[in-house]
Ligand binder design. Structure first.
Ligand SMILES: [Zn+2]
Length: 142
């Protein structure tokens, strides 16, 4: 499987927009910082880094953040100038492409550490997108 990711942004009026959808490697997640930065520029004064929601897929059984994840969150916090973040990890229960049964753990980042936080679920379309990217062999990966 591949660690796919999605970054959402919750606008003040409650509308949720996809900022970027990305593929990492077999054991590494990637978020497209350039797209997030472009998004920030587009929103201008209205932009609030706290409204970003990061989600990415881990292999089944690895429902916890990694050292790489923590470094990633630290980097984005520095870049956007505010260190409160919503960061979630999803693991799918099976490799069946049609099955979106999953587990989720969510964190918020404060004072240099991730601590467990409320789970804001993804809707089924976003889950299916992550499932296909991670398990659908879209990059010819086995
Ligand atoms: Zn991760």
């Amino acid at each position: 499987m591949i660690e796919s990711s999605i970054v959402l942004y919750e606008h003040k009026h409650g509308n949720i927009e996809i900022v970027t959808v990305d593929l990492g490697g077999p054991a590494t997640v990637e978020f497209d910082f350039f797209k997030m930065w472009e998004f920030k520029k587009r929103l201008g004064e209205k932009f609030d880094p706290k409204a970003f929601r990061f989600y990415h897929v881990h292999p089944s059984g690895l429902l916890a953040y990694s050292e790489t994840d923590l470094n990633c969150v630290k980097g984005f916090s520095l870049a956007f100038g505010r260190d409160v973040w919503y960061f979630s990890i999803i693991t799918f229960d099976s490799s069946d492409i049609n099955d979106i049964a999953h587990k989720q753990i969510s964190y918020t980042y404060e004072n240099g550490a991730l601590r467990e936080f409320l789970k804001f679920g993804l809707d089924k379309h976003h889950l299916l997108l992550l499932k296909v990217l991670s398990y659908g062999n879209v990059m010819g990966d086995k």
